[in-house]
Write a protein that binds this ligand. Structure first.
Ligand code: SF4
Length: 147
């Protein structure tokens, strides 16, 4: 898919249908776990992120990953997610779309939302730039933010 990343956590549990791990006896299943600060969302972005990790791990370990989990810090609860073919298709489609944007040098407009405050991509994405306002207004707001 032309992506790479770092998982928060991957659990390897003994499983006779699992994979071999270098330096360990037996075979293991692969189970990705994504950690989030907040609570479960109405939208699917956390699930799609987990599925993207699972697709990459499947490629790395030549295995199938039917399930993963998302742990939410606010509810202190872990939700198991079934990773099915529909979710994988959705993820692949999104990456294809992303690569098309990239090859056309097109940056889609984003809308600032509450979740931007806790997003690790905030400094790169600069979501407030999406709002239509004058350069003068933008610079004044930036200067105010720094005070
Ligand atoms: S900062 Fe950008 S990538 Fe992060 S949540 Fe906001 S719009 Fe999405």
């Amino acid at each position: 898919m032309g992506v790479r990343g770092e998982c928060d956590l991957v659990e390897f549990c003994k499983d006779e249908d699992g994979i071999h791990l270098n330096g360990h006896r037996g075979t293991y299943s692969v189970f990705p776990v994504e950690y989030k600060k907040g609570k479960p969302k109405a939208t699917k972005e956390d699930i799609l992120q987990l599925v993207a990790q699972a697709i990459c791990l499947e490629e790395m370990f030549c295995t199938e990953i039917p399930e993963g989990a998302i742990f939410y810090g606010e509810t202190r609860h872990r939700e198991n997610i079934v990773i099915d073919e529909d979710l994988k298709k959705e993820v692949r489609k999104m990456f294809e779309e992303m690569h098309q944007y990239y090859s056309r040098s097109y940056t889609p407009k984003v809308k600032f939302s509450k979740s931007c405050n806790a997003c690790s991509l905030r400094e790169v994405c600069v979501p407030k730039l999406g709002k239509k306002k004058s350069v003068k207004e933008y610079i004044n707001n930036m200067l105010e933010d720094e005070v």
